[in-house]
Design a binder for this molecule. Structure first.
Ligand code: ADP
Ligand code: MG
Length: 692
């Protein structure tokens, strides 16, 4: 039996270890840095580095690495060993304060979206003391931010930390108006992670899975997910063994893995951790995805994190549960027990409503990717239109504030709505609207549009910054008010009226919602190609500049990087497709045709009349012909991709190349159903999704 409390965090240089291994004054200084984000002295860093190294060696580490999150969304690492040669031909294990604080990976190959000229390609990594270092696979991992020498940020962590500062500053101003002296407010996140586990042998036989993470061909098997027999079903022993090891590995790294279960699609599963500070939740989610992949391998599986590995069955997403909390642990999105607490709650709620309405585009951008294009709006994930669900109870309260009429609660008792007196808000009456992209779930919002593979930093940068901006406006207005309560009620009333169009409590999968949303003037960016260009809308540039999250140049670079990534993914998919047609599917069809033709001739020679073989041969031959033509058309489409402009290319990929890919897939999937099993060159959906 595993002793979980003992195992938990055993590979993390956490508070307990620091207390144990650092001199008291150094410990105090480090904690101050962690709490307040102040710079760290060189001598303190030197002591911390030595303590970290000694601890890491005791955990089996021989190397250290600055671990960072470049704009590609993956995590990057380069390992250096601790060894330093001595005069007598031996080595010592050393790690200096300088090495801890700053690293210089040769980063010229990371995308910078034009921020760096190649002649000054080097960037540097800087230790982020707010996220604990840890030991994994024989290396000490140091969480770091990644910047260029001109100070421009090249990663996903730095803007996240900045956005957390922004929302903290503004939320503290608001809390002060309520008489609360709060030093720091943080956002908290619990990301639920969906994934597929498939047999490694099947994976290895499919170039599409290897190169693109998803299947580009595949006919639906006779059975899909229509029986709903997988969701929350009993875990198969192999999967259970995987999950157990996954939990243990995550716990060692201090990741609060809490819930595990089967998901809707066959072979699909989910892990949800206990929520934590957004910065750490982001690091942990990146680690979780990586550990899932490596543990899967050990169990003969491949873990697929793609948003849509199989057409026709559910894809994978990530629910970003988000809230705001003070350094004393007060959840600011928790409806209170009395009217004055509720006033504060309503004010924060109003800020979120206004933020989501005014920055719908940024939220949509933060979840846009080539993979997620297959989910959003495709009747399984939330629609591509960003809206909010708040539930009937809160809706009734907001309605009453807006109209100035009495609010009637669930028990039908009339409540007096005086100036600042709000009714007690019943808890947990929020039902579960599963179709909303952004749902209030009692004391937090669940942003459901994220794709399974995405780095959650981006979505949280958008949320934090947008809400920070609304809180700033509210604070500016209310700080100057003569009568705070009156001014607050007037503000809430005005803003709810102005932004209620973003609230939609109905069924988001309904076609009528698309029309209704259009009437309301809500945005509907159907694809990533439509979304990314809005990064640089003036209001967005202004927002990020005002809160020191991104400069305009940094935003432009992000847009370019993401457009480029989108184009590259689609290019690889198209090339893989045509490669599989040429090298695998066509030869298989020809072999099958050959056998059929042999049978037809043999029958004829033997004087046997009739026979379905000739008919089948005709069909297969026709479809193979079609496949070949369509695949040539795809090649032509790819050859004509505009090369001068990423945005133009993205639209071209979306409008032209994807359609050409659909055209190739159709005859191939039909052929799969006709060509004999022993001829088909790779495992089918039946083989992959229904293994035992
Ligand atoms: P489900 O949505 O599957 O019913 P829960 O609502 O219990 O599950 O929680 C989902 C996720 O939300 C978990 O990761 C949980 O830790 C997280 N969560 C709960 N409270 C908060 C909060 N205040 N801030 C951020 N995340 C939270
Ligand atoms: Mg959930």
């Amino acid at each position: 039996m595993t002793n979980v409390p003992e195992l938990f965090g055993s590979m993390v240089f956490n508070d307990t270890v620091m207390k144990e291994r650092l001199p008291k004054d150094v410990y105090k200084k480090l904690k101050k840095t962690m709490r307040e984000g102040t710079a760290i002295d060189a001598d303190v860093a030197a002591v911390v580095a030595t303590a970290m190294k000694d601890w890491a060696i005791s955990k089996g580490a021989t190397h250290y690495t600055h671990w960072f999150q470049p704009m590609t969304g993956i995590t990057a690492e380069k390992h250096d060993s601790f060894i330093t040669p001595t005069d007598d031909g031996h080595v010592m294990m050393e790690f200096s304060g300088k090495e801890l604080i700053k690293g210089e990976p040769d980063a010229s190959s990371f995308p910078s979206g034009g921020l760096r000229a190649t002649f000054e390609a080097r960037g540097y990594t800087a230790w982020d003391p707010t996220s604990y270092a840890f030991v994994k696979d024989g290396s000490l991992y140091i969480p770091t931010a990644f910047c260029s020498y001109t100070g421009q940020i090249l990663d996903k962590k730095t803007p996240l930390l900045r956005s957390m500062d922004a929302i903290s500053t503004q939320a503290c101003r608001i809390l002060k108006l309520f008489g609360k002296d709060v030093k720091r407010v943080t956002t908290t996140v619990g990301p639920e992670q969906e994934y597929f586990l498939i047999d490694r042998e099947d994976y290895a036989k499919r170039k599409d899975l290897i190169f693109t993470g998803r299947t580009l061909f595949g006919a639906m098997p006779p059975k899909g997910q229509e029986m709903d027999d997988h969701y929350f079903g009993a875990l198969r022993p192999r999967v259970a063994a995987f999950m157990q090891e996954l939990d243990e590995e995550l716990w060692k790294l201090g990741i609060l893995s809490k819930t595990k279960h089967n998901e809707v699609a066959p072979c699909q599963h989910e892990m949800a951790p206990v929520f934590t500070t957004t910065n750490i939740a982001t690091d942990h989610n990146q680690l979780t995805m990586e550990v899932m992949r490596t543990v899967a391998q050990k169990h003969g599986f491949t873990c697929l994190l793609h948003e849509k590995p199989f057409e026709g069955v559910n894809g994978s997403g990530k629910h970003n549960n988000w809230s705001i909390s003070t350094d004393r642990g007060e959840n600011l999105l928790e409806p209170g027990k009395n009217p004055s607490e509720n006033t504060q709650f309503i004010l924060f709620l109003t800020a979120v409503i206004k933020a989501v309405d005014e920055y719908q585009d940024l939220l949509r951008i933060s979840v846009a990717s080539a993979g997620n294009d297959h989910r959003l709006g495709a009747n399984e994930a939330p629609p591509a239109i960003i809206s909010m669900f708040i539930g009937d109870e809160l809706q009734a309260i907001l309605d009453s504030i807006e109209s100035g009429e009495d609010y009637t609660d669930v028990y039908k008792t009339k409540m007096d709505l005086g100036a600042a007196v709000l009714p007690a808000i019943p808890k947990d009456t929020t039902d579960r609207n599963r179709t909303s992209p952004f749902a209030f779930t009692g004391n937090k919002f669940e942003f459901r549009s994220l794709g399974s593979a995405v780095n959650i930093a981006c979505a949280n940068v958008m949320l934090n910054t947008a809400v920070a901006e609304e809180l700033r406006q509210f604070a500016d207005e209310l700080e100057g008010a003569e009568d705070f309560e009156k001014a607050l009620m007037a503000l809430v009333k005005r803003e709810i009226k102005a932004h209620k169009r973003i609230i939609f409590n109905g069924n988001g999968y309904d076609d009528s919602w698309v029309e209704e949303a259009e009437k309301r003037g809500l945005l509907n960016f159907k694809s990533a190609a439509d979304a990314f260009p809005h990064y640089v809308d003036q209001k967005n540039l202004d927002l990020f500049a005002k809160h020191n999250v991104y400069t305009s140049a940094e935003i432009y670079s992000r847009m370019e990087t993401q457009l480029e990534e989108y184009n590259k993914i689609l290019h690889i998919e198209a090339m893989t497709m045509s490669d599989m047609v040429r090298e695998e599917i066509t030869p298989a069809c020809i072999a099958f045709e050959n056998e059929l033709a042999g049978t037809v001739n043999a029958k004829k020679a033997a004087g046997v009349t009739g026979g379905m073989e000739a008919g089948l041969l005709g069909k297969v031959s026709e479809l193979t012909e079609e496949l070949y033509t369509k695949s040539a058309a795809l090649d032509e489409a790819v050859a004509a991709v505009p090369t001068d402009d990423n945005e133009k290319a993205a639209h071209y990929y979306h409008d032209v190349v994807i359609s050409a890919m659909d055209e190739v897939r159709a005859p191939a999937d039909k052929l799969e159903g006709l060509v004999g099993k022993k001829f088909w060159p790779f495992p089918t959906y039946s083989d992959i999704l229904f293994y035992v």
